[in-house]
Design a protein around this ligand. Structure first.
Ligand code: FES
Length: 177
């Protein structure tokens, strides 16, 4: 092969090699950029869901809710109940004063199919008449019948002779109704 042709071949090989190196660098750069973007997206998602995750770990979440007067304490004797709405008019709830004076309140939409749950003084339970569902008045947990989830708890406060609803806890696994 003539000398000038060998030189041309070598130059062509070199250009080809440089081209391949550049292409490999592009691939590496794009891979690094993609990985960086994925890590950034993962961190952003983790931070955005942190409050929810913390509540999930604790097994409950607390909504932002208003303070609403339910009844004057003197008007609710032991063994009796009163229905009210909380935190708004679309959310029915029941407040019960137990024989020992303890107050308990729950959202009273049944966690089975949303029928109204009421307090049975005779049975000392919260009762759903639709499919004979029963809930513990102490905890709101289902104790018999089809319901599987507990009733959301209404937090109470007594002030100046009146009983107020001040919050609602939707516990882990409970239906957010
Ligand atoms: S709706 Fe309450 S038991 Fe079915």
């Amino acid at each position: 092969m003539p000398k000038h042709e060998t030189a041309k071949q070598t130059e062509s090989d070199l250009l080809h090699l440089v081209d391949n190196v550049n292409r490999q660098e592009d691939v590496d750069y794009n891979r690094r950029s993609f990985l960086r973007a994925m890590v950034a997206a993962g961190v952003t998602m983790s931070l955005a869901t942190l409050p929810f995750s913390a509540n999930s770990i604790l097994g409950k979440s607390k909504e932002k809710t208003p303070r609403v007067k339910i009844i004057d304490a003197k008007d609710l004797p032991p063994g009796k109940s009163v229905v009210f709405n909380y935190p708004d008019d679309s959310q029915p709830a029941v407040l019960v004063r137990l024989q020992d004076g303890t107050l308990k309140a729950y959202n009273n939409k049944c966690t089975h199919l949303q029928c109204g749950v009421f307090w049975s003084e005779e049975e000392e339970k919260l009762v759903c008449p639709c499919h004979h569902g029963f809930f513990s008045v102490q905890t709101g947990h289902p104790i018999a019948g089809p319901p599987q989830r507990e009733l959301p708890l209404i937090e109470l406060e007594q002030r100046n002779g009146a009983i107020y609803a001040v919050g609602r806890k939707v516990r882990h696994g409970a239906q957010n109704v």
